[in-house]
Each structure stands twice: as structure tokens, then as C-alpha cells.
Design a binder for this molecule. Structure first.
Ligand SMILES: Nc1ncnc2c1ncn2[C@@H]1O[C@H](COP(=O)(O)OP(=O)(O)OP(=O)(O)O)[C@@H](O)[C@H]1O
Ligand SMILES: [Mg+2]
Length: 374
């Protein structure tokens, strides 16, 4: 007779064996129970040699790292860390991103899953710095141009108005109306190019209220015959954020509008919120970060524009101005946060990371809410 539990475990191990991410399974005394082939490769040690050893046998880690492991076990919460330095037994230092996840199966002691991705620090920092400086240079260029267009535009509109008063026939006034109308259109484009120039007015803001507000705005905009559904996956235990609520609404709205446009009247948008402990945004380590995902099941972002998606004037839509995401990124940067994107046909995820300063806020307890609304 086949032992069902055993075949399940074998099946799961088989999946782990085929992952390209290094996975280490530890017991609560930080003894290695299992490593997958990607870990064997990374640490140059076989499964058999590793099993039953202390973690330090495969990688030398500092006290901070060990504290994080204990922390994850004691508090039973996941931990994500970017760019942590560890040394391999041969002495070579590498930079890793890791994710710790405590696990407890019925009646068994807590285990810890350690997932490691090996990052080449220099490549990553150089790439991020290049991107950030390019983005900011492009943003200044666009703002400079917008500023230069703004002044003559005002004169143009004023002159058309004066001319209109002097014109004898309403037929001729149609032309001045076109000038005025087009000048107004250009004015609103230029205003968007200049972007919000205010310093954020930060106060305690509940992220779920922001998301609900945007959901209502979007639903009003939807066509009568649209079949776009919202799925809400909120973690209500999240504390408030210190943020400018108008800027938050603008950010979520820009991202969600894109999702609606991509869905073209048919599909599902998910709003999901989660806390992240010990997470690094840019180069700053935060104890607590708010992760907000805006997910759609549309066709995905065209591959050729994915790399530059947060630059101004990058658009995949004939009637798009390509400003929505660049504005959103700049608003979130002003809050010390970051927006990331991953996209493939059938799933596009925009993730907003915002630091949470829990000190001035209270934690509300509650269960996760999952609901569905049209
Ligand atoms: N969820 C999504 N699914 C598919 N494509 C997307 C999605 N979000 C953004 N895009 C693509 O990214 C482009 C850039 O988006 P962005 O909001 O910056 O500008 P836009 O929507 O074209 O114009 P604007 O927002 O200024 O009116 C879009 O034109 C679209 O091609
Ligand atoms: Mg847009």
C-alpha cells in the first residue's frame, strides 16, 4: 500500500529540487534538515553533508542574521531582507536577498524555510543608480519643456479671446473656439507634465480607505456594459501610514486606470495589502513596510516598453500621454517609497512599498477580509 503522506512529501521535495532559488529547511534549533540542489550549488556542499549540521557549516553569517532567524521563529512571522552579506565556507563573500518563512505542521515543532537569491551587489546598485539618475534627468527635461510651453500658451489663448470679441460673424468664431479649446487641452497636458509640485502634507491615512475611494471613482467611470470586477484582499491589522492622502489617491488611481484600460471592459482587478517586516527600500532598511499590490488579469505590458515603463512619455496606447506611471513613481518616492512592476500576459502586478512608522500609530487587530464587489 502506498503511504499517502509519504508520497505527498516526496512530491513536495521534488518541486523544491527543481527550483532555481536556493532553499534551506531548518529546525527550530537552526539545524539543517534539508537543502535543495540550488543550495548545494551555491554553498558547494552536498545534501547529505549538510543535513544535521548547524547553518554555520554551509554559510558564515553574522549575529544579526541569527537574530533574524530566531525572531522569525519566536514571533512566527516572515522576514524579508535585501542585500545581506554572508560568507561561504571558502571565505568568499556574497550578497544575497533572503526570505524567511516559519512553518508549523500539525503537532510538529516549528521549521524555518530560508529562500535565498544570490545578488551581485555591484550590478544591482549600478543598475538602480543608473535608472534613478536617468529617470530624474528625464523628469527635469520634461518639466523644463512644459514650463517653456506654458507661458506662450497663455498669451495664445488670451489673444484668441480678444480676437473673438472683434469678430463679426459666429462662423468665424468657430475658429477662435478651436484655438481656445486646443490651448486648454495643451494647458492640461502641460500641467500634467509639470506634475504635482507640492510638498506632501502628511497625516495619518488608512490605506484601505484610499483603495476604497479609488474603487468607487473607477466604478463610476466604467462603461455600463463593462464586466470589470474588484477582488479585495486586505489585511486590516495594518496600521495607518503617514502620507498625503491626495497623492496616495492619485497614485492608486493612475495605476488602476491603466489596469482598467488594459482590461478593455472585461476582467478582474485585485487590491491586496500586506505588512512586510525587515524590508529594504532602496538603501534604507525598515522594520515595517506596507505592501500594496494592484493586480490585473489583462494582456500584460508590451515587452518593449517594460524597462522604461516609469519614464515620462512612455506609452503603449495611441491616446496615452505616458505620464501616469511617472507621476505615480515620483509621488511615492516623495514618501520614501518605491513602485515595482512585474508583468506577463494574464497577470500584471504593480507593487507600492511604503515605509510604516509604527511608533506614532496604533495596531488594530483583526482577521483578513476577502471580498468581491462589482
Ligand atoms: N496594467 C497594465 N496592463 C497593460 N499595460 C499597462 C498597464 N499599466 C500600464 N501599461 C502600459 O504602460 C503605458 C504607460 O502607462 P502610463 O500610465 O504611464 O501612461 P498612459 O496610460 O499611456 O498615459 P496617461 O496615464 O498619462 O494618460 C500604458 O500606455 C500601457 O501601455
Ligand atoms: Mg495611464
Amino acid at each position: 500500500m502506498v503511504d499517502k503522506n509519504n508520497s505527498n512529501t516526496n512530491y513536495q521535495r521534488n518541486i523544491l529540487d527543481n527550483l532555481s532559488t536556493a532553499v534551506v529547511l531548518l529546525n527550530s534549533s537552526l539545524i539543517i534538515e534539508y537543502i535543495n540542489p540550488a543550495s548545494e550549488n551555491l554553498f558547494q556542499i552536498s545534501k547529505r553533508q549538510a543535513a544535521g549540521s548547524q547553518l554555520n557549516k554551509v554559510m558564515h553569517v553574522d549575529d544579526d542574521f541569527i537574530d533574524r532567524l530566531h525572531d522569525a521563529i519566536i514571533n512566527f512571522h516572515p522576514v524579508t531582507e535585501h542585500e545581506a552579506a554572508i560568507s561561504l565556507p571558502g571565505g568568499r563573500e556574497i550578497i544575497i536577498d533572503y526570505h524567511l518563512n516559519p512553518l508549523q505542521l500539525a503537532d510538529q515543532e516549528i521549521q524555518l524555510i530560508l529562500e535565498i537569491s544570490h545578488m551581485d551587489r555591484h550590478i544591482r546598485i549600478a543598475r538602480e543608480e543608473k535608472l534613478l539618475s536617468e529617470q530624474s534627468a528625464t523628469r527635469s527635461l520634461v518639466r523644463g519643456m512644459a514650463h517653456e510651453i506654458k507661458n506662450p500658451l497663455g498669451g495664445l489663448r488670451g489673444a484668441a479671446q480678444l480676437l473673438e470679441r472683434e469678430l463679426p460673424s459666429t462662423e468665424l468664431k468657430e475658429y477662435t473656439q478651436i484655438i481656445i479649446g486646443e490651448a486648454d487641452r495643451l494647458q492640461s497636458l502641460v500641467d500634467r507634465m509639470l506634475g504635482p509640485n507640492n510638498v506632501p502634507k502628511k497625516h495619518n491615512v488608512n490605506i484601505h480607505q484610499i483603495l476604497e475611494h479609488v474603487r468607487q471613482l473607477i466604478q463610476v467611470e466604467l462603461a455600463e456594459d463593462a464586466h470589470v470586477y474588484f477582488k479585495l484582499d486586505y489585511d486590516p491589522s495594518l496600521p495607518d501610514i503617514m502620507a498625503d492622502s491626495d497623492m496616495m489617491i492619485q497614485t492608486v488611481l493612475n495605476i488602476t486606470r491603466n489596469a482598467v484600460q488594459a482590461l478593455n471592459g472585461n476582467g478582474e482587478i485585485t487590491f491586496k495589502t500586506r505588512p512586510l517586516r525587515n524590508f529594504t527600500i532602496g538603501h534604507t532598511h525598515h522594520r515595517l513596510v506596507l505592501q500594496t499590490d494592484i493586480i490585473d488579469n489583462g494582456p500584460g505590458i508590451p515587452e518593449e516598453i517594460q524597462e522604461q515603463i516609469f519614464y515620462p512619455m512612455i506609452t503603449g496606447r495611441p491616446e496615452g500621454t505616458g505620464l501616469g506611471l511617472s507621476i505615480a513613481q515620483s509621488l511615492i518616492n516623495q514618501h520614501g517609497g518605491l513602485i515595482k512592476m512585474s508583468s506577463r500576459p494574464g497577470e500584471t502586478i504593480f507593487t507600492i512599498y511604503l515605509p510604516l512608522s509604527v511608533a506614532s500609530q496604533d495596531h488594530k487587530n483583526g482577521k483578513k477580509q476577502i471580498g468581491e464587489h462589482k
